[in-house]
Write a protein that binds this ligand. Structure first.
Ligand code: F6P
Length: 364
């Protein structure tokens, strides 16, 4: 399609803004700043080894372990820096929070403060960076508490502990064979593809819908011995295929970049599970609520899919901490609802259930 028939991200945002005649344009400017950070990260990722940015961040340059206890990669640190620098000056933000920073980031005194809060995972799936597999950035926009907007005070952790249902917008950038920006401003989900010649995000996918049914699931099966019974039951039923209770064959995928799995599911359906398990009792799950589960949850719900802890809708969870982990299941609505049903039903006694018999693959 010719350029003159395409819609740019800027155009899309301006057209959306016309729905709110009172709005001043802060939100649009914020999303464009986020998009600029994503373009810069996309370039850094695309340079690969040539950019000298593979490998771990040197401990002497600020510490190589983040608040999650995970080793920071050079590109994690750079991506975080890009998000901060592109977004701190514009006057749209009251503060930020990131996977890579223990505490909320305060907007420096030389910049004005605004009414939104930006929460992000600057580079998701970072174990895939050095092996040239897709990674991405995830972001969530929240409104700051009114007293913080009025006073311009520093933000505290509690300000960010809002349910996912209050998100103003959410999105992710995927650094794959093409760079894409997927966005919801609470009015459906759209996706833009980066035109590398113009450096512009072009609207390429409107009104994205996650198919309600699927025959594809994603889970890290190496954790199967730690799964809770409802997840074991669900996966076993999928694996049993045509001859099992589901009476159809399933396919399995695991990229280990949640953002890439979310994108595949948005494009063609599927279900993703990183459920609560008993691998490490101190962790309620692997993924983080505020900057992974909630934004992806909003995108899924806005696209007609579903996101859940297995026990309750993700977007209704009251957060207890900035870096809280949570069990996450999302994707095609009917499958997520089935998994929720399995969590609410009494655990079938393994002895009575042929799926948990001798030859099951995921037997303890
Ligand atoms: O940030 C978390 C993450 O990298 C996700 O993107 C991904 O789904 C998951 O971790 C991979 O986990 P595992 O190493 O257990 O496969």
């Amino acid at each position: 399609m010719l350029l003159q028939h395409r819609t740019t991200l800027t155009q899309y945002l301006i057209e959306q803004r016309r729905r709110f005649p009172g709005s001043k344009g802060d939100f649009n400017a914020l999303i464009l700043d986020v998009a600029l950070a994503c373009k810069a990260i996309a370039r850094a990722v695309a340079m690969g080894e040539l950019g000298g940015l593979y490998g771990e961040h040197a401990a002497e340059a600020g510490g190589a372990i983040n608040v999650q206890g995970e080793t920071q990669k050079k590109l994690d640190v750079l991506s975080n820096e890009l998000f901060i620098r592109m977004n701190e000056w514009g006057g749209h933000l009251a503060g930020m929070a990131s996977e890579e920073m223990t505490d909320p980031y305060q907007i420096p005194a030389n910049h004005p403060r605004g009414k939104y809060m930006l929460v992000f995972d600057p580079l998701d799936g970072s174990s895939n960076i050095d092996v040239n597999v897709s990674v991405g950035s995830i972001f969530s926009v929240l409104r700051a508490p009114q007293d913080a907007i009025d006073s311009g005070r520093d933000l505290i952790e509690k300000d960010f502990l809002q349910t996912g249902a209050t998100q103003v917008a959410a999105g992710y950038a995927l650094y794959g064979p093409t760079t894409m920006l997927v966005l919801t401003v609470g009015n459906g989900v759209v996706a833009f593809t980066l035109d590398p010649n113009l450096g512009e995000f072009m609207l390429t996918h409107s009104a994205l819908k996650v198919p309600e049914d699927t025959q594809e699931f994603a889970i890290n099966a190496s954790n199967s011995r730690f799964w809770e019974p409802p997840i074991k039951r669900y996966v076993d039923e999928c694996l049993a295929g045509k001859s099992g209770p589901r009476a159809k064959d399933f396919n399995m995928r695991w990229i280990a970049s949640m953002v890439a799995e979310a994108h595949r599911i948005l494009m063609r359906g599927g279900v993703f599970m990183y459920p609560r398990d008993n691998k490490d009792p101190s962790k309620a799950g692997r993924l983080r609520l505020l900057y992974e589960a909630n934004p992806i949850g909003m995108i899924m719900e806005q696209a007609g899919g579903r996101a859940s802890t297995g026990r309750e809708p993700m977007l209704s969870v009251s957060p207890s901490g900035l870096h809280q982990r949570i069990g996450l299941v999302f994707g095609s609505k009917n499958e997520v609802e089935r998994i929720e049903r399995y969590h609410s039903e009494p655990t079938p006694r393994e002895i009575d259930n042929p799926l948990f018999a001798e030859r099951t693959l995921f037997r303890d």
